[in-house]
Write a protein that binds this ligand. Sequence first.
Ligand SMILES: Nc1ncnc2c1ncn2[C@@H]1O[C@H](COP(=O)(O)OP(=O)(O)OP(=O)(O)O)[C@@H](O)[C@H]1O
Ligand SMILES: [Mg+2]
Length: 583
Amino acid sequence: MVRRILAEVKEYTLPSLLTPVCMVVEVAMEMLVPYLMASIIDKGVYAGNMNHIYKIGLFMVLAAIIGFIGGLFGGRFAAVASTGLARNLRKSMYDNIQTFSFSNIDKFSTSSLVTRLTTDVTNIQNAYQMGLRMAMRAPASLVVAMCMAFYINARIARIYLIAVLILGLFLVLIIISATKTFREAFPKYDALNESVQENVSAIRVVKAYVREDEQIGRFQKASRAIYDIFVKAEGKVVLNGPIMMLTVYTCILTISWVGARMISVGDLTTGELTSLLAYCMNILMSLMMLSMIFVMLTMSAASAERIVEVLDEETDLKNPENPVMEVKDGSVSFKGVSFAYNFDKGGKPVLVNINLDIKSGEVIGIMGATGSSKSTLVSLISRLYDVNEGSVSVGGVDVRDYDLETLRNSVSVVLQKNQLFSGTILDNLRWGKEDATEEECKKACEMACADEFISRMPDGYNTHIEQGGTNVSGGQKQRLCIARALLKNPKILILDDSTSAVDTATDAKIREAFRSHIPGVTKFIIAQRVSSISDADRIIVLDNGRVNGVGTHEELLKNNEIYREVYESQTGGSGDFDETEVD
Ligand SMILES: Nc1ncnc2c1ncn2[C@@H]1O[C@H](COP(=O)(O)OP(=O)(O)OP(=O)(O)O)[C@@H](O)[C@H]1O
Ligand SMILES: [Mg+2]
């Protein structure tokens, strides 16, 4: 896991290596100061040697400057390396998410992906920065200070050793208990982000249902959970401070007491005692730092795990080795197809033994109750999911043998949950074909009956669409999505409930335009309104994931009970469609 994360350091390897080097320079200089100080006191002050004071004083200034520069560059390199790591991690995760298939996406919730891309990466960034600077600095400073202390006076240095052991023991106890609490916090972040994301993106629904209070409550609960955990964890971490100070003061007192007695018998000089006291502070501070690094690292381990999960998630729709690069025609056939969402986790089949043969250029209507797997059936044609059993072929070739891009460019789907993006209408249309001319876009819009409302807008085709298409009506949005799909010049066009918000007259006009402009394209039209599909060449009636009947409008009226019932409920039994919307 650590290796996987560190692999993303890449071009930031040099600053990552330079940081510890700079930190060691800083520590070395810092450690020199108390030693020089002792020399000034003993050989300069007591001996009245001004020259020595100037000379060593100059060294001290030099040491301070070099230390300062080391610290400065160390900090800078660490910042460059850690933000670079964060950038690379985000990019790699983002790139991988783009390769996810629908079923990969089903596995992670959107909010969890967002937390992983933001909070978790920031955690790693902070831990890496701190790690680079302190992981070298703290142990180096601990070891050097300890050596210097032993060099100056081994007897007193032994006091440090005891202090280090005692303090170390306490720190370990505190850390173990604090990290356990910190780790509990991460799943809570998912809940918080979920609440924020769902709430903000669905703010209109929240308002329409007057659910603000409930949503505020939900947010506060999630936020409170994180607050509680952090208060608990920090409560443990702050114990570090008093324990550390207690040890430091005890140490200083003991050293002063032992040191004073040694000075009086001439075993120790005053200068040496001063530097020993400075090292004491250094040693204990380093220990404290080490403990903090440890907390950071264990905390970020949870984040690293969550990031690696996204990085290592492999798309389960892979391109075949020698993919077919051309779709011959728009014929589609289903042979013994069964499908279940989350098949490997024992999901229930939602399509069972489907056998269909559709000729190129046919218009196929699909009808069935909500949840009868209409959307699922058509999603298999453009290989949004892979079948579990049987096979789906397009143009006589199994969809799994095609290059995915080739297949999806030939099979244009207007999804049931369609989306527009922020940008102009033209930008949105060009999702269908990047280099489409304005003329082409206009033609597609005419076919989708979108031209009439676009030309009435003040900026026409350059009208700005807000994120998610909130400034166009439901029916307008559906027509734009149809136009976008038409621009692909597909061999197969799938409209999943795509005219549900369009009035019946316009709906009929769109179908008429399809008939006269793109007669060769195979069309699948999923609809709840019988009037939307009654003129199709054939209609498939789905019931609970099975084909209940296939035939023309007249045939089904005669011999399919489900179809007849739906038809009668919509026409009031009179045989004429009433012009109301049913969905
Ligand atoms: N991403 C998914 N993960 C798990 N189960 C799903 C998923 N999408 C759909 N299902 C389930 O599959 C079944 C068929 O759903 P599908 O969306 O195909 O129905 P539908 O006929 O299109 O319904 P509607 O008319 O409401 O659009 C339903 O029981 C649904 O709960
Ligand atoms: Mg559906």
